[in-house]
Design a protein. Sequence first.
Lengths: 98, 385
Amino acid sequence: MRSVIALLMLALPCAAEVAPQRAQALQHMVQQDCGSCHGLTMKGGLGRPLTAEALAHAEPEGLALIILDGVPGTAMPAWRPLLTEDEAMWIARYLKKD
Amino acid sequence: MKTSLLMAALMACTLALPARAETPCCATGDLGLVVERATGSLLVIDRSDRASIGRIEGLGDLSHASLTYSPDERFAFVFGRDGGLTKVDMLTRQIVARTLQAGNSIGGAISDDGRLIAVSNYEPGGVKVFDADTLALVADIPGTSKTIGLVDVPGRRFAWATWDSGEAFMADFSGAEPVLTKLGDVGKNPFDAVLTDDGHTYLIGLFGEKGVTAIDLWDADPKPLRFLQDYGKTEEDLPVYKMPHLQGWAFTEGQYVLPAVGQHELLWVDRDSYAEVARTPMHGQPVFIIAQPGSPYVWVNFATPLNDTVQVVDSRTHQVVKTLTPGKAVLHMEFAPRGAEVWISSRDDNKLMVYDTRSFDVLAEVPANSPSGIFFTARAHQTGL
């Protein structure tokens, strides 16, 4: 239920933009900080692979939720304290190379 | 001065012995390698000159890369995230052998006699062991679980733990055939493990549940012992944006110093009784805790986003005695073997900072591309590294 609500809440930011400078910082963050667990090339490590191929069937909204709230019982932390919903959506689309 | 002397010596050497010109006439005892993770290269550094002296390229995906040294400190064995095992020559600064031995790997170790290189793999799981001269495969110990915390153990042995299945294993290569022994079930999701400097205790940190597991490797029949049952991750804990590393777990003043997982604290544990003796509130989630050789101090760095800071803690009082801000995204610290200086990597400022450990003065700043791990050749002689 909680995730459905969160999904609805995320419906708006889908269209939202992230400023170019922030986008650059997010790209750096994905490569370097997400890369600690998922690999610099996103082929996986302690965390799952996050290549566009591996995420082909994932919805960006769902990915954004995972980024924001983490995956309980795994090493994936909640990034909500550091990212806005717009930014999480931007990362999800960036990973999927949409 | 030193450099010019070296140059003069090098030139003299080249002139007198043209046949040997390709081998620079310098030793490797004060050299080191720095992982440049984004560019897949290694920076060769000179500790005495506090400078970089070369670069070795073509090592693939070096995120989370580590390396270990041959006993003569000439060769480094580099463990890349992409499963690459690369042997590099510190003198010629060339790759001398390279094999893509798995899809995804995490670290490795060299046997105490320097003959075997073991690599721990994520995908597929398990451990592979290679001949240190040729990188030919010696043994393949398959597993279905991600391997973590691989260390060398005296007597041509290796120990490791497994993330998914929560087990620990020992492989003994002292006989004609390797002997694999399960050391026991150690707990849920071990995230890293370390061997104490005396080769006595294998300590395994847990992410999936509270506690730390210790295995006494001096015991004829080693068994896992759980301690610090209130230590570790719970749902209420703070998010862990970078997994702590245990390779530098400090052992000082009769204590183990552990990074709390999901708390911004250091935990101090009595080495004999395994009882917690103190906690130190810290700037962020500790990642590396490394003892400054020849001193009561440990140096600590932190997970993103609080990773521009390094703190120094006195192991007698458990108090922070110094807070430094060396640069953006501090990933690693490496001490000169006698502790006088420390090199610190700042990934996002593309530099290495060299500090005097007594005055905390900055002695040098060395440019590097997205530097992560710093490894001095003195590691060649340290058990568990």
